[in-house]
Design a protein around this ligand. Sequence first.
Ligand code: NAD
Length: 351
Amino acid sequence: MREVNVVVLPGDGIGPEVISESIRAVEIVAKDADLSITWREELMGGCSIDVHGTALTDEVLAACQASDAVFLGAVGGPKWDTTDPSKPRPEQGLLGLRSGMQLFANLRPVKPLEALWDASPLRRDRIAGTDLLVVRELTGGIYFGASGRDGDSAFDTCTYSRAEIERVAEVAFAAANGRRKKVASVDKANVLESSRLWREVVTEVGARHPEIELEHILVDNAAMQLINRPSDFDVIVTENLFGDILSDEAAMITGSIGLLPSASLGTGVAGLYEPVHGSAPDIAGKGWANPMATVLSAALMLRYSLGAPEAADRLENAVAEALNHGAWGRDLGGELGTTEIGDRLCALLAR
Ligand code: NAD
């Protein structure tokens, strides 16, 4: 048996509900792959603010830094919403983890299953064949630049260095190499100086990968083309703020935010794995949350950080099979609850 350590941060709202169903499914495939996972559960987000007064304690960050992977549910909720800059906010925990673990690349695959094409707000003929990956820069840009208030004004600063752009571009080109060999780099180079540097550096990285086709798209056009011709995209690479918005837009192509996984990677093999959706306070505690996005995030964790790619394939295939056989949550217009979807998955995996 190979032994690995995973820090689990269930977080707030539906986070604990989707995490527990996912761990049930992971345990089945891990056992068959001779992988022994030690799950260390910790507080992060609003639940940590309630107990410790901060979204992420130094102790939890240290545990995450020492782990093989971090498995996160979601954080946040109305209880902790505040516009007072002196009060702690749950998202600070996420930002602290990303910078503390140096997770500079966020990967979000979007590949709608044929069985769910009609659940998408887009027409079938638009989404047919869509299989794209958004690579978002995660530790730079406007979310991490200087910000503040000055009398009646407020400011946020977007800064990027060559090194920050280069390393995330390399992740995108490496990913494209194992896919359809196309990279679309999204920026606002007609207006922003940071985007002009982005375009310059991505072009240089692209020259080192002549086998990969590179196109540059302005972010406003990219927002339109994602809806107009999603199947044309392979890998989309972009900076933090644009990536935050475009990856949610791309998410809607699948018809449900309850199906989208994400991986955040740095230079080592350790990574952070979480569903794209938030803590869904409107349905928390009702047993309605779709755990599939979290299960698919666990599959990414098995593949990228825990060295168990066959176990990852098994989980992904089980999710596809369950969905093809009607294991639909309410978010997709189905009737199954969180535990029932977990039961269906575990039954498929135990065969
Ligand atoms: P959200 O993703 O939590 O919810 C948006 C809508 O999608 C809601 O109607 C919700 O019920 C539904 N939904 C989300 N996940 C679902 C699932 N698994 N199954 C079924 N339906 C699902 O986004 P929001 O409402 O904008 O944010 C709610 C809270 O979550 C806020 O406090 C926000 O800051 C936080 N948030 C956290 C993260 C994170 O932890 N990474 C990401 C986004 C938002």
